[in-house]
Ligand binder design. Structure first.
Ligand code: UD1
Ligand code: CA
Length: 459
């Protein structure tokens, strides 16, 4: 479709009471503006124009990353939504017959809804996205004569009769590009807020005999705007509830759908169970039969079939093999790659390390930049000393190695297959396969030794 998309994002967001521009506040891990850009990316727009003003530099930097092809128009000062579109007009491509206007602070608009609205406009009608609200206060009301729309009246300008109207303008419209340019240039600010209202173009269209049509949003959630921290939190919970319902519909068993946060995408196999207060960020894959205990945070992580993540684990950039057991209180950092049936116990940290099938590190340990062989038992309190103050070095541990408790493996170092390292060893040379290596002082017993005593305490 021949489409311009305009995103209004210049407003101050006074009620957020924040130094951060409103549209950069986050909903489910992504800025409000990113959500809108994501929806508009699916529309095949020939041109995208973002109107910035308050915090323009920060908003433009964030948007440029998410939508490199977007153009920016600055609105200084901000004299209303109509004034905002006046600034955008020179940046529109007049050859694209339809212009869709989205609000930077209405994050959950669905691409399907926006597309349907653009189609309803079709380059010749003014199409408004509306919704009926139980409490319409604050919104612009859709004034109709019978079925036909006459105009939009802003809440502050509405008379008591008009304030009873429950059908409201969502802030999203699609207009014929040429007419839009003409209409916004003719706007006046003779209203309660002394602003140039974009919504006044509706009456202009009616006066010119341009058809005004409406489309209804699929749900309240997709058109709710964010003006305050309370509204942001409310929309977050609604959005999370939607995601939880979709997961449960797909068979995922959530201990409590109200205590789940997915800030990204969570892909689940069959018979996945998730206990309360878990947070999933980025792209997380849970294979068939995975169980995640309470209070876990998983980011950009893949968990293999039947693996169990016990409560209070933090996993980031990790791959966990089938049947593995993680935690409680384990930390897997980026590059932790665990094969099948690996056990990582409490207070164990793994970074940039591979653990082969059946390897175990069950208590209070650190594995950094290490390759760990099959069936290795890595003792409590043992660490890889992988950093010499300037460079990181690797530790290679063969199959069937037994590392005792409280060992320090000073990298770079290789431990041969089947080796045993005695507890308390600080090892700085390669360890031969199949033998016991112990690096510690011999135990000494001094016969007849007496403890010192204070004077006057007898002999
Ligand atoms: C607007 C609509 C109202 C509608 C409501 C839906 C107008 C006059 N009113 O009211 O009918 O029911 O949205 O949420 O359009 N913005 C700018 N520059 C400005 C002013 C605003 O870019 O000078 C941007 C804001 O950043 C925001 C959007 O436009 O993204 C809406 O502005 P806002 O002030 O929130 O409008 P409302 O009073 O909510
Ligand atoms: Ca608003």
């Amino acid at each position: 479709m021949a489409l311009n998309v305009v995103i209004m994002a210049a407003g101050k967001g006074t009620r957020m009471k924040s130094a951060l521009p409103k549209v950069l506040h986050r909903l489910s891990g992504m800025s409000l503006l990113q959500h809108v850009l994501q929806a508009s990316a699916g529309l095949g727009a020939g041109r995208t124009v973002i109107i910035t003003g308050h915090g323009a530099a920060a908003v433009e930097a964030a948007a440029a990353t998410a939508a490199p092809q977007a153009r920016f128009v600055r609105q200084e000062p901000q004299l209303g939504t109509g004034h905002a579109i006046q600034q955008a007009v020179p940046a529109l491509d007049p050859a694209l017959a339809t212009t869709l206007i989205l609000n930077g602070d209405v994050p959950l608009i669905r691409a399907d809804t926006a597309r349907a609205l653009a189609h309803a406009c079709g380059g010749e009608r003014l199409a408004l996205l509306t919704i009926e609200l139980a409490d319409a206060s604050g919104y612009g009301r859709i004034v109709r004569d019978g079925a036909s729309v006459q105009g939009i009246v802003e809440h502050k300008d509405a008379n008591p009769e008009q304030r009873k109207i429950r059908e409201v303008y969502t802030g999203i419209m699609a207009a014929p590009t040429g007419a839009l340019a003409r209409w916004v240039m003719a706007l006046k600010n003779d209203n309660a807020q002394r602003e140039y209202y974009l919504t006044d173009i509706v009456a202009m269209a009616v006066a010119e005999g341009v058809p005004v049509v409406t489309a209804t949003a699929a749900s309240e959630t997709e058109v709710l705007g964010i003006n305050s921290p309370a509204q942001l939190a409310d929309l977050e919970r609604r959005h999370q509830h939607h995601q939880a319902l979709a997961l449960m519909e797909a068979g995922v068993r959530l201990a409590d759908p109200a205590r789940l946060d997915v800030r990204g995408r969570l892909h689940c196999g069959q018979d996945v169970e998730i206990d309360v207060n878990c947070i999933f960020e980025g792209e997380v894959h849970l294979a068939d039969g995975v169980r995640v205990g309470a209070n876990c945070v998983l980011r950009d992580t893949q968990i293999g079939p039947g693996a169990v993540v016990h409560p209070f684990c933090h996993l980031e950039g990790a791959v966990v093999g089938a049947g593995s057991l993680i935690g409680p209180f384990a930390r897997l950092r980026p590059g932790a790659e665990l094969a099948e049936e690996v056990h990582i116990g409490n207070f164990v940290e793994v970074k940039n390390s591979t653990l082969a099938k059946g390897a175990k590190a069950n208590h209070l340990a650190y594995l950094g930049d290490a390759s760990v062989g099959e069936r290795v038992n890595y003792g409590a309190g043992s660490i890889t000393a992988n950093y010499d103050g300037a460079y990181k070095h690797r530790t290679t541990i063969g199959n069937d190695v037994h590392v005792g408790s409280n060992c320090v493996l000073i990298a770079p170092i290789t431990v041969g297959d089947g080796a045993t390292i005695g507890g308390g060893s600080t090892v700085s040379r390669n360890v031969p396969a199949g033998q016991l290596t112990v690096v510690r002082a011999k135990t000494v017993t001094v016969p007849g030794w007496k403890r010192p005593k204070k004077a006057g305490q007898g002999d």
